[in-house]
Design a protein around this ligand. Structure first.
Ligand code: ZN
Ligand code: ZN
Length: 398
C-alpha cells in the first residue's frame, strides 16, 4: 500500500516536472511560429496586423487595429501553441504537457477578450510608455521586444525566454547600426570592422591616420587618444561604440611608460565611455545604443606586460563600477592573445577573434570571452560577479 502511494507520488512529481518542461516548450513553439510568421507569406499576412497595431511608444494606433491584431495574430498563435502541446500530451503520453496546453489556452482567452474589447490591459511586453530598463538578458521585457517592432523585425523574435534568439543568433541585430570603432587601423580593429560590415552594420573607423584605408568602413575619422571631446557630436549619432584602442609598453616601467599606459588604456577609454553614455537618451537609448570595451583577459590573467595589465585592470574595474547603473548595455571584450602589431607572438588570428566576437554579441553575451586560456573562462565570471556585488554594496549612484 505504502509502496503504491509512493509510486503515485513519484508519478505526480514526474508529470509536474514535465509540466514545467511544457511551459518552456510551448514558449519555444510560440517563438518558432513567430519566426515562421516572418518567413511564410500566409502567416506573415496575419502577423502584420500585430506589427501595424502599435506606435513607437507602444500605444495602440487605434482600438480597431489593436483588436484586429489580437484576433488575426494572437488567436491563431495561441491555437498553434495549444495544438502542439495537446499532440505531445496525447502521443507521448506525458499528461504533464496538458499544463502547456492550459497555458496556451490562457493566452487564447485573453486574446479573444481583447479582440472583443472586453479586456483592456495589454500584455507586459507591449505596455505603452518610455523604455526604462535595459533589454532583458534571459527574459524578454519591453525594451527587448520594442527592438523587434522598431529596430529590426528579422531579430528579437523571442516572446518570453530569450534563449531562442540566443540559439538563432538573433538576440542582437547589427544590421544598419552605426558602429564607431577606436583603434580601427590596428589588427583587431580592421578585422572587426570587416566582420561588422558583413553583418550589415555601418562601421566608422576612428584612426590616428586620416588617410588609412580600412576595408568595410563607411567613414574614416582621424582621432587620437586625448581628443575625446572632439567626438561628442559623432557619438550622439552612433549606435554602438567599440573602445578598442590601446598601447602595450611590454617590459618598460619608466614614469613615461606608466603615464602612457594609464592615459591611453584607462583614462582616454574612460572619458570616451562617459562621453558616449551621456548621449544615451532616456526615451529610446536603452534599446538602440550599446558600448563595447576591449579590456582584454589581462583583467584576470598575466599578459607578461605589467603596465598593460595594470591599466587594463583599472579600465575593467571602472566598467564594472559603471555597469551598476549604466543607461545602456556595456559589453566587455575579454580577449586572449591574438597576433597583432602589439603582440606578434599571439596564437589566435585577429580575424577569428573578430568573428567570435560578432557571433557572441549576436547571442547577447555581455562578457565576451575569446581566448585559448581555459582559466579565463573560470576566473573572469567569478571576478566580475564578486566585484560587481562588492561595488553594488559599497558605492551608490549619487
Ligand atoms: Zn509585439
Ligand atoms: Zn514579428
Amino acid at each position: 500500500m505504502a509502496d503504491a502511494l509512493g509510486s503515485i507520488e513519484t508519478a505526480w512529481i514526474l508529470q509536474g516536472l514535465w509540466g514545467l518542461v511544457s511551459i518552456f516548450a510551448v514558449e519555444m513553439v510560440r517563438d518558432s511560429y513567430h519566426v515562421a510568421s516572418h518567413l511564410w507569406s500566409p502567416l506573415m499576412r496575419l502577423h502584420n496586423w500585430h506589427h501595424k497595431a502599435y506606435r513607437k511608444d507602444f500605444t495602440p494606433v487605434s482600438t480597431e487595429l489593436y483588436q484586429k491584431a489580437q484576433l488575426y495574430n494572437d488567436v491563431p498563435e495561441s491555437l498553434v501553441m495549444m495544438a502542439v502541446m495537446a499532440a505531445v500530451a496525447v502521443l507521448t503520453p506525458l499528461w504533464g504537457f496538458w499544463l502547456g496546453f492550459l497555458y496556451g489556452a490562457g493566452f487564447l482567452g485573453a486574446a479573444l477578450l481583447r479582440s472583443q474589447g472586453l479586456l483592456h490591459s495589454t500584455d507586459l511586453t507591449h505596455e505603452p510608455g518610455p523604455l526604462t530598463t535595459l533589454p532583458g538578458l534571459w527574459l524578454v521585457n519591453r525594451t527587448y521586444h520594442w527592438r523587434h517592432h522598431f529596430d529590426e523585425t528579422t531579430a528579437y523574435y523571442a516572446g518570453y525566454f530569450t534563449i531562442s534568439d540566443k540559439i538563432m543568433g538573433s538576440a542582437l541585430s547589427l544590421k544598419g547600426k552605426t558602429v564607431a570603432v577606436t583603434g580601427a587601423s590596428g589588427t583587431l580593429g580592421r578585422a572587426l570592422i570587416k566582420r561588422l560590415a558583413a553583418q550589415g552594420a555601418k562601421p566608422i573607423a576612428l584612426s590616428r591616420s586620416a588617410d588609412a584605408v580600412i576595408e568595410g568602413a563607411v567613414q574614416v575619422v582621424p582621432w587620437r587618444s586625448g581628443e575625446e571631446q572632439a567626438l561628442k557630436d559623432l557619438l550622439s549619432r552612433v549606435n554602438i561604440l567599440v573602445i578598442n584602442h590601446g598601447v602595450n609598453v611590454h617590459g618598460q616601467r619608466s614614469a613615461d611608460a606608466i603615464a602612457a599606459s594609464l592615459e591611453t588604456n584607462a583614462l582616454s577609454a574612460w572619458r570616451l565611455m562617459e562621453l558616449f553614455l551621456d548621449t544615451v537618451d532616456n526615451r529610446l537609448g536603452r534599446a538602440t545604443k550599446e558600448l563595447w570595451v576591449n579590456t582584454s583577459e589581462a583583467e584576470v590573467n598575466p599578459a607578461f606586460s605589467p603596465l598593460y595589465e595594470t591599466s587594463k585592470r583599472l579600465l575593467g574595474d571602472l566598467i564594472t563600477l559603471r555597469r551598476q547603473d549604466a543607461p545602456c548595455v556595456i559589453r566587455k571584450l575579454v580577449l586572449g592573445p591574438f597576433k597583432s602589431n602589439l603582440n606578434p607572438i599571439g596564437v589566435m588570428s585577429a580575424d577569428w577573434v573578430a568573428g567570435a566576437i560578432v557571433g557572441l554579441v549576436k547571442r547577447d553575451i555581455r562578457n565576451v570571452i575569446v581566448t585559448i586560456n581555459p582559466l579565463t573562462y573560470i576566473l573572469f565570471p567569478i571576478k566580475e560577479t564578486l566585484q560587481g556585488l562588492y561595488f553594488k554594496l559599497f558605492s551608490k549612484r549619487q
